[in-house]
Design a binder for this molecule. Sequence first.
Ligand SMILES: [Mg+2]
Length: 147
Amino acid sequence: MVLGKGASSSLSMKMADGAEDMVNNNNFTVLVVDDDPLIRKLHDMHLKNFGLRAQVVENGKKAVDLCHVGANFNLILMDREMPVMNGAEATKELRAMGVNSLIVGVTSCGSPNEKQAFMEAGLDYCFEKPLTPDKITFLLQELNKNN
Ligand SMILES: [Mg+2]
């Protein structure tokens, strides 16, 4: 299930013709926030295949701390359930700090209410885990639209 901004219709599209160009023509900065080392590795690998180099941290607090000291990301991939600071709290805090990155929830569990609360914390989109090439293609299209 995908929530937010008409994402479901866009996601059903196959890779656009320009997708290959996007692989080599982007300098977007990405932050992966997830407490699961396997997911961090998997997402990092998918992003690398698109020529994206991601920074990875294991909880929301570390994401907030990074942005506090001036780190800047075009895209933040945010898990929901994490120790220390969860994805919703971190997203709220980042938005309150004025962070206007594309923040995308990537989450495996949770009731519709929990997902809704996560969206309302300030997400642009919320995807089911794991990230896939189709989802990354969609996000790159969004980044290219807005940057
Ligand atoms: Mg988690």
